[in-house]
Write a protein that binds this ligand. Structure first.
Ligand code: C5P
Length: 232
């Protein structure tokens, strides 16, 4: 079944060091995959890690999920986007002013990085958000947060693959959806709102984040081959 486009898969490099991450990256073709650098690897290696993988020809999704006062987000993002980044993100719960500050930071240094907002983490379930004081379903909260993303003109959202079709219906096909919590085959871990590759593509997910599914697989090369069997 050929359901994936080239560069639609973003591999989450949740490692401590360049050395560990690179052992996986060596198995990946930059014409087929993009890479996601998150808090763990960024904290371990610093911004030079972006350069290291850029040099190997990869597009970088810098997943630092910024969430702070607008002034801090503005200044942090300006520094981060001075590196060659394909996509980065902020938390939509930071509010309109914070989202605006992120947009302004990108404009101020004429960066072309895509900017997406995290709606509700895919590790959260209905009970979690009730306990945080949100008296609504996750789907409603996601819709409210996507509305604020759209209102502030950011490029799209990070969301569960289960929410993609509803988001595309409400906010348009051009509104980018990035979906973590994707499993090649169904299983349970700390991600609650998970979906399979097939569900994610059927729902219209633009970019699919695969982390442990590849990196913690017993046979990484075999898993990569399996993923590539879905690519057009
Ligand atoms: O290993 P797994 O495939 O669950 O990795 C998912 C990756 O996506 C992790 O790097 C995590 O930080 C990230 N992520 C997420 N949920 C979001 C946004 C990003 O799980 N809403």
């Amino acid at each position: 079944m050929k359901i994936l486009k080239r560069k639609q898969i973003v591999v989450a490099l949740d490692f401590n060091s360049f050395k560990e991450a690179n052992s996986i990256v060596n198995l990946l073709d930059p014409e087929i995959y993009r890479l996601k650098i998150g808090k763990q690897l960024f904290a371990g290696e610093g911004p030079k890690i972006i350069e290291n993988f850029n040099k190997q020809g990869f597009d970088i999704f810098l997943d630092l999920k910024l969430h702070d006062i607008p002034n801090t987000v503005y200044k942090a993002l300006k520094n981060l986007l001075s590196h060659k980044v394909w996509m980065t993100n902020i938390h939509l719960l930071g509010g309109d002013e914070m989202i605006q500050a992120a947009i302004e930071a990108r404009e101020s240094i004429k960066s072309e990085a895509l900017l997406v907002g995290v709606s509700v983490l895919t590790s959260l379930n209905e009970k979690n958000i009730k306990n945080m004081g949100f008296n609504m379903q996750i789907s409603e909260l996601v819709k409210i947060l996507c509305t604020s993303a759209k209102r502030n003109n950011i490029d799209g959202v990070v969301c569960s693959a289960k929410e993609v079709s509803e988001i595309k219906r409400n906010f348009g096909e051009d509104f980018i959806t990035v979906t973590p919590g994707i499993r090649v085959q169904q299983k349970n871990d700390d991600q609650f709102r998970v979906a399979t590759l097939e569900e994610a593509t059927k729902n219209g997910s633009d970019y699919i984040v695969l982390g442990r599914e590849i990196t913690a697989s017993e046979n990484i090369s075999k898993m990569i081959k399996k993923v590539e069997s879905y690519i057009i």
